[in-house]
Design a protein around this ligand. Sequence first.
Ligand code: MLT
Length: 258
Amino acid sequence: MDVEVFLTHSNVTEDDVRDRSVVVIDVLRACSTIATALQNGARAVMPVPDMAEASKIAANLDPDVYRLGGERDAEKIEGYNLGNSPLEYSREQVEDRDVILNTTNGTKALSRARTASHLVAGCFLNAGRVVDFIREAGRDVAIICAGRQNRLSLEDTLCAGLMLERLWDGAEPDAATDSAHTAFTLFHTDRHDVGAALRRANHAQNLVDRGYSDDVDYCFQVDALPVLPYYTDNRLVLYEDLASAPLDGDGDASRDTA
Ligand code: MLT
């Protein structure tokens, strides 16, 4: 299985994701928010790249059945129901509702990868579930770190490294690409105290400074939410809730996802 890692999403093209299983990682905070919303009973999360698309979708929905969420500069967008703190996406807020999510980097990265064969949203909270899915799909993989303002972000790179560590059972293959090697090595070096490494991340520090330290603690929990947000029909839904089985007929993979 060929594995490529993109350390930011900005230059990813359709060719990069074609015929691959793609994981978009945005630890702080979009993908952690998406996993939490779905865990708390949201019907779907629609990731949008910008304000215009968010407004267009919202205009066609009954206000009772959706929540419009997102951030600019980490803060809730004026007029939106929710910001981008995963802790806001409680059952009371999202159960049986659709969420339209508009964030600076994470939802743009997801939109950019929407032509992939399989597209899932990943973070520390669901890292194990994502790795199980990648193995099951049996296809070549692209791990796309959302990054931050076109730059690498430490927390997304370390999360990619954790996924590689598990996918490769702790042993890097000789053929690993430079970016996969970088993510793997960074995680491998810090694996005995990933928490300390994560806490020095610029984005984590910025969120703590803004009063979001509970979000940071929450998003850095590994395997706390074993859910798989799977992209289909312009929305992310729980893989287990899909009526048909996307992996059927996909290589040797079976649909036994339990
Ligand atoms: C993003 O998409 O850039 C992030 O999720 C930003 C944040 O809210 O921390």
